[in-house]
Design a protein around this ligand. Structure first.
Ligand SMILES: C[S@@+](CC[C@H](N)C(=O)[O-])C[C@H]1O[C@@H](n2cnc3c(N)ncnc32)[C@H](O)[C@@H]1O
Length: 229
């Protein structure tokens, strides 16, 4: 049985403003106010809704807050504090992000946005460190899994077979597979992601927010690994 639980947040709705909408007034106004170039700011549907109307897959994009809350949940969990968790992020635009377990993600959303803009622009945070806490580089989901040492995964989805979180965690540890949670607000996983995972499980008969699923699974793994009684 593996002793470390690996979480992959897949297709996270985190990206810089794409060039095709960089000139839209809803985007340039916000960027100017922050003294940044539009393409160096994060796409955020709460600011850029009018500009996103014609974007492909717009229902899956522009929600950095999902990753923010999910990372806060996972990184501050007892499972992570005990050194029993690894977190990887794959984004909608096919970037891989590695997250050092000691990373302290800012609680404040605007500070998180600034950090993610730096990460996606420079490729690492802190920018000049030899041992960055987070690194970002272009990578498909398949490539990220391979680099992390996995050929398959366990997908969490409202459409999977209902299974208690502790059993899902047990299966991940027994078969040494990562747990994959979607970091997007609406829609389905793309086929590259769903096609690689060998099983798909649901923990509840209705859709849940990504951070709730992450938190329930981390809690279940804490029981399986006897971190919490
Ligand atoms: C807000 S959902 C994404 C949209 C998707 N249509 C949905 O409602 O599940 C965020 C992610 O949480 C996980 N998730 C949501 N509901 C779930 C459930 N009932 N059981 C297991 N995982 C769930 C999935 O990984 C999903 O991609």
């Amino acid at each position: 049985m593996g002793k470390e639980v690996v979480f992959v947040i897949a297709e996270a709705a985190l990206e810089l403003v794409p060039p095709e909408i960089a000139g839209h007034s809803a985007v340039s106004r916000n960027a100017r106010r922050r003294g940044k170039s539009p393409v160096e700011t994060l796409l955020d549907v709460s600011l850029h809704y009018p500009a996103m109307k014609r974007l492909r897959d717009r229902e899956k994009r522009g929600r950095p807050d999902i990753l923010h809350v999910t990372l806060l949940e996972l990184l501050s969990s007892p499972l992570n504090l005990e050194g029993l968790m690894k977190i990887y992020v794959h984004t909608y635009g096919d970037y891989a992000i590695t997250v050092d377990p000691s990373t302290k993600v800012p609680r404040n959303y605007m500070r998180f946005v600034g950090l993610m803009e730096q990460l996606l622009t420079v490729g690492r945070v802190p920018p000049n460190s030899d041992k960055p806490l987070m690194k970002a580089y272009p990578s498909t989901f398949r490539n990220l899994l391979k680099e992390a040492g996995f050929e398959s995964c366990i997908l969490l989805s409202e459409e999977g077979d209902l299974k208690p979180p502790e059993e899902i965690c047990g299966e991940a540890l027994n078969s040494d597979l990562p747990l994959v949670i979607g970091g997007f607000p609406h829609g389905k996983f793309n086929e590259e992601v769903s096609g690689i995972c060998r099983s798909t499980f649901s923990i509840y008969h209705r859709p849940l927010e990504a951070w709730v699923v992450a938190s329930r699974l981390a809690g279940a793994c804490e029981k399986v690994l006897k971190v919490l009684i």
